[in-house]
Design a protein around this ligand. Structure first.
Ligand SMILES: *Cc1c(COP(=O)(O)O)cnc(C)c1O
Length: 398
């Protein structure tokens, strides 16, 4: 059994704060300052450019990809880290389109995170061949997987409601019509058990600063099914994807048959040190234990809010099997109410138009935290604290 009282003490969360936003930005591991300091003092300062070899900087995209891969069922050699999730979405969809040159439809859904859709719009604009992006309602997606579809690009867990797609069903249907699937696992990795290899996913992408706790701007990742590695097109053909980067050839030759062909250019090695410290915590975590604990905490939050917080309505699926690891409630004055909550040390967030969102993160959240947060929210509602003018102004980032 995973000892969540132990993992809780591996994070440095300010005293008195109940942090229910690990789905947006994970908290700092206690090991992070030492990790980044050691990178600065024992690697960059002393090794300088030699660090690419002596400290293995050049291969960290791969070694960290393999470590992170365990959390999503990816075999070694199928995942690399670096760059941002928006870039990885672009890269994966471009590669998926190249695998189906005669098809023109990219299928997503209307619940997807906007940057994923924006990146596809930008990609479509580069080639004037009549690409079309379809975004039906999430619950209708299976019916829209037809022979016209080149690739299905979906986020497994909806960033607002927490609704979870049936990954296996979507992949099966897509493969039966000759389409591929690009999974965005931003709200899945570190939140729920994922099995990219077992479900035969084609591509998967995600970030490391949410449930994985690698810090703001932590590197993104891309997974490519091993069966595709010899043919996948590295559209963002940077020198780190070259068969021989240090041959300095004038022409691009992708690294044959290896995930290295999805590397792009020089990644942030400083950020890698923070990712490594974050992954150390995950080493002792069983994903099935995490899932049952996440369900227990989520049910406690829902039951508490429904009993004590009139005016809020559940905006997530009631069935825990249909959810990821965050819970959303609708409330007309959701923005102001969340500001009042944050002012009292309970950190969640707000998503337009009226969603109050709470991340459920077993690594550092206890049942007592949930009970305490519910009581504070109940008080804010009964005293109408949220009506204060200071809670009405929208900040730049919500
Ligand atoms: C968080 C998130 C992103 C963010 O992309 P960045 O490039 O890291 O800013 C993209 N897609 C989804 C589904 C997300 O949840």
């Amino acid at each position: 059994m995973t000892d969540f009282s132990k993992t809780r003490h591996m994070f440095d969360i300010p005293a008195g704060m109940i942090y229910l936003n690990g789905n947006s930005l994970g908290p700092m591991p206690k090991a992070a300052p030492k990790a980044i300091n050691s990178f600065l003092m024992d690697e960059w300062r002393t090794e300088l450019v030699r660090g690419w070899n002596t400290k293995n900087w050049f291969m960290q995209s791969n070694t960290l990809g393999d470590r992170l891969g365990r959390l999503m069922g990816a075999p070694a050699g199928s995942t690399v880290v670096g760059d941002t999730l928006s870039i990885r979405v672009f890269q994966a969809v471009a590669a998926a389109l190249a695998l189906a040159p005669d098809r023109r439809v990219i299928l997503s859904d209307s619940g997807n995170f906007p940057t994923d859709l924006y990146m596809v719009e930008g990609l479509m604009g580069l080639r004037d061949v009549g690409y079309e992006l379809r975004t039906p309602a999430p619950e209708d997606i299976l019916d829209h997987i037809t022979q016209e579809v080149a690739t299905v690009m979906v986020t497994e867990v909806d960033y607002r409601s927490g609704r979870k797609h049936d990954m296996q069903a979507i992949i099966k249907k897509a493969h039966s019509v000759g389409a591929t699937v690009v999974w965005d696992l931003a709200h899945s990795i570190g939140a729920i058990p994922v099995d990219v290899y077992g479900t035969d996913a084609d591509f998967a992408v995600g970030c490391t600063y949410k449930f994985l706790n690698a810090g703001p701007g932590g590197p993104a990742f891309i997974y490519v099914a091993p069966r595709l590695l010899d043919k996948v097109e590295p559209v963002l053909s940077g020198w780190f994807a070259h068969e021989a980067p240090f041959a300095f050839d004038l022409n691009f030759r992708p690294m044959p048959g290896k995930i290295d062909r999805m590397r792009i250019g020089t990644p942030s090695i400083a950020a890698f040190s923070l990712l490594e410290a974050a992954l150390d915590i995950w080493d002792g975590v069983d994903m099935l234990d995490l899932r049952s604990r996440s369900m227990e905490l989520s049910q406690a939050l829902i039951a508490g809010v429904e009993a004590k917080c009139p005016g809020l309505t559940l905006a997530s699926p009631r069935d825990p099997e249909q959810r990821g690891s965050h819970v959303a409630f609708e409330f007309e004055h959701g923005y102001a109410c969340m500001q009042a909550l944050i002012a009292q040390g309970v950190i969640g967030d707000f998503r337009a138009p009226n969603i109050m969102r709470f991340g459920i993160t077993p690594l550092f959240t206890s049942l007592e935290d949930i009970a305490h947060a519910v009581d504070i929210l109940a008080n804010i509602l009964s005293a109408k604290t949220w009506q204060s003018p200071k809670f009405q102004n929208k900040a730049l980032v919500t």
